[in-house]
Design a protein around this ligand. Structure first.
Ligand SMILES: Nc1ncnc2c1ncn2[C@@H]1O[C@H](COP(=O)(O)OP(=O)(O)O)[C@@H](O)[C@H]1O
Ligand SMILES: [Mg+2]
Length: 192
């Protein structure tokens, strides 16, 4: 099976923390390869997770999404995926952006849409990213919500988590997810 991307278009490394390794791809895109714990434990679980995330994000969070293409293929006989997404100039949402009433309002709408998805499906968008979940006191930002042109909010990460869906058989991972949802709920109080 041919690769769904062109190796020659992969350029500088952008990010290696979290769930994906992200590279610049061509002049206007990024490419993301899964590297997180779920993918390491089971690539099948990771694939099911990303398919579910894609479906739910299209339904509940479409207006915040940055266009992307999800590609499935096999690497060394193991099913895997990559995400090719438009490169966006932006930065993570900082707690001090709440001083801007327009951004504050938009963040509230995003949180509302996210809560609705959680209520109806048990999946919630992971807003902070793992570093900020641990070190928010110092970082004071949401890694997965990007501010673009000072007036728009965009979600750059597909990462949804669920404390109910049996997306992974690993008990440790499920406990981590449960903790992450609690931690996010607690941190969000500072953003409302
Ligand atoms: N579409 C994009 N345009 C520009 N930078 C991006 C884009 N997607 C991701 N990045 C950069 O890569 C980092 C990690 O991307 P993300 O999709 O959140 O991966 P992870 O699943 O590892 O959290 C982001 O914090 C951002 O700096
Ligand atoms: Mg992220």
């Amino acid at each position: 099976m041919p690769l769904p991307y062109q190796k020659s278009k992969i350029k500088r490394l952008i990010s290696i923390s979290g769930e994906h390794i992200v590279y610049a791809y061509g002049d206007q895109h990024v490419i993301k390869f899964p590297s997180g714990p779920i993918h390491l434990v089971s690539s099948k679980d990771a694939l099911n997770k990303v398919k579910k995330e894609d479906q739910l994000q299209q339904k509940y969070l479409k207006q915040y999404q940055v266009p992307y293409q999800l590609c499935f293929y096999k690497k060394n006989g193991r099913p895997t995926y990559c995400v090719i997404q438009k490169y966006i100039q932006g930065r993570a949402f900082k707690i001090k952006d709440l001083k801007n009433p327009n951004l504050k309002q938009k963040l509230r709408s995003l949180i509302k849409a996210n809560n609705l998805m959680y209520k109806q499906t048990s999946y919630i968008l992971e807003l902070f990213g793992i570093k900020s979940l641990f070190f928010h006191f110092w970082l004071r930002k949401m890694e997965n919500v990007f501010v673009v042109n000072q007036n728009q909010l965009k979600i750059i990460d597909l990462g949804l988590i669920s404390d109910k869906a049996k997306i992974t058989k690993s008990l440790i991972l499920r406990l981590v997810i449960r903790w992450a949802i609690k931690r996010q709920t607690q941190l969000l109080k500072q953003y409302l």
